[in-house]
Design a protein around this ligand. Structure first.
Ligand SMILES: Cc1cc2nc3c(=O)[nH]c(=O)nc-3n(C[C@H](O)[C@H](O)[C@H](O)COP(=O)(O)OP(=O)(O)OC[C@H]3O[C@@H](n4cnc5c(N)ncnc54)[C@H](O)[C@@H]3O)c2cc1C
Length: 418
């Protein structure tokens, strides 16, 4: 991927080839078939959080959207997420993207009192916006998941499960012909030149400059490195582990079904999947990562936490090795809002998706391209109505100390849900 020679000029530059950048580049190219769209990523496509997440394309309000939201706001969130799902659904079918795309729905499950309270709150919200769901008791959850660890769950049918790395690579391979994708090319600097910008990038160690007309930044947590949204984004990593495929004997002793996904009703809990190829996937733990990287010690601690979570649910599988444990960086706002808009003249961006950006990033990318092209729509109104400016954070190291303390408190509060 990214073998084309870099052009000297381009009408548009999209920085970041995650789900936001991919959707933005595709839409710009569709809207301006005679123009060149340059899509740049510092790393190979699929290496960012978009390619290494848990693979839930979530339709319903999630995490911070659940706190004190009015039904009108929730309905806007549902419309945006549903539009993202239908865009991806169409692209997966049109380009035969082999990413285990599955209309499996999702369980939102609770273990203890904190989780049960969060689950009840979720059911009230679903009632208020007339979304269908089914309450499952302990046995019904066990019939699917093979564990009686959960008191209950809410099943909602609209969530998609997929393999994120394959989806992202498939989207990158099927971009329109007027998109020039250069991955492994960090953008180092940008300077205003006339009506546009001069971008300084590095390609195979060689510095290059490119003149571009407008910029869409799909750079998520890294945006402040380019001088935008300084001190407004909190980079937080979350972590996942995946087992090797279970053998026939292990799968029988597991006792559940294939191809389901479960998110914790309480956000501090553990996300779990059983994949189509019989792998168990676990995600939990958050850590402030001021330098966008987690230490080996953190990864060891996380692996242990995932092992404990697995053993609590399926003691008979406690020794199944994890094939991989990894982290990815997401962008949080202290006031829990997501940003969308023109953050500087001719620079558009969406940001701080608060760790649930598969649907949000996809629809944001498309709408940023439309906004930059002067196209108005009801969906754009929805997006603007549910977006806001993240508050400024204290300078380093104070922001790190504060966020780490908050994350530790949240982890303690949710300890029974892990
Ligand atoms: C373990 C894990 C599990 C998750 N599970 C889910 C889930 O199930 N569902 C869900 O909705 N969300 C989930 N998320 C969050 C989700 O992955 C992110 O919200 C989403 O991927 C954000 O997409 P994005 O395109 O905005 O940003 P990113 O995927 O972070 O992409 C930003 C890209 O910009 C590039 N970049 C940055 N700076 C530069 C530069 N200067 N020059 C060039 N390129 C640059 C980066 O290399 C990167 O590829 C999870 C995250 C993690 C880590």
């Amino acid at each position: 991927m990214g073998t084309s020679p870099p052009p000297a000029t381009a009408d548009w530059a999209v920085i970041g080839a995650g789900l936001t950048g991919l959707a933005a580049a595709r839409r710009l190219a569709e809207l301006h078939p005679d123009q060149t769209v340059l899509l740049l990523d510092a790393r190979p496509v699929g290496w960012g959080s978009s390619g290494r997440n848990a693979g839930f394309v979530i339709d319903l309000p999630h995490k911070f959207d659940l706190d004190g939201g009015e039904p009108e706001r929730m309905n806007r969130v549902v419309r945006l997420n549903t539009a993202a799902i239908s865009d991806l659904d169409r692209l997966v079918a049109e380009h035969s993207i082999d990413c285990n795309w599955s209309k499996a729905g999702k369980l939102q499950a609770a273990i203890g009192e904190t989780g049960m309270a969060a689950m009840k709150n979720f059911s009230r919200i679903l009632d208020s916006i007339n979304q269908p769901y089914k309450m499952l008791d302990r046995q019904a959850v066990a019939d699917i998941s093979g564990t009686r660890h959960y008191q209950g769950a809410i099943f909602t049918p609209g969530c998609i499960l997929m393999n994120p790395a394959r989806l992202v690579r498939g989207l990158a391979h099927s971009l329109p012909g007027n998109v020039v994708l250069l991955d492994g090319c960090p953008v180092l600097r940008h300077q205003r030149r006339g009506d546009g910008f001069e971008l300084s990038i590095r390609r195979q160690g060689i510095p290059i400059t490119i003149q571009v007309g407008g910029i869409i930044a799909g750079t998520s947590a890294y945006t402040p490195e380019l001088g935008w949204m300084r001190r407004r984004i909190v980079p937080v990593a979350t972590f996942a582990s995946i087992t090797r495929p279970l053998s026939d004997a292990h799968f029988r002793s597991f006792g559940g079904k294939l191809d389901w996904g479960l998110t914790p009703a309480d956000i501090g809990g553990t996300t779990i999947r059983m994949t189509q190829d019989r792998r168990l996937f676990m995600r939990n733990q958050y850590d402030y990562v001021g330098t966008y990287a987690a230490s080996d010690a953190t990864l060891d601690r996380v692996r242990t936490s995932h092992r404990i979570a697995l053993a609590r649910r399926w003691p008979q599988l406690a020794d199944i090795p994890f094939e991989s444990t990894w982290g990815g960086v997401t962008a949080l706002a202290r006031n829990r809002v997501s940003y969308f808009g023109e953050m500087a003249p001719r620079v558009w961006s969406s940001n701080t998706d608060n760790g649930v950006g598969v649907a949000r990033g996809t629809i944001s990318g498309r709408l940023l391209a439309e906004m930059a092209s002067g196209i108005e729509s009801d969906l754009l109104d929805d997006m603007q109505a549910v977006s806001a400016m993240p508050v400024q954070n204290p300078p380093r190291p104070f922001v790190g100390i504060g966020v780490k303390a908050r994350l530790r408190y949240e982890a303690w509060r949710s300890r029974k849900e892990i």
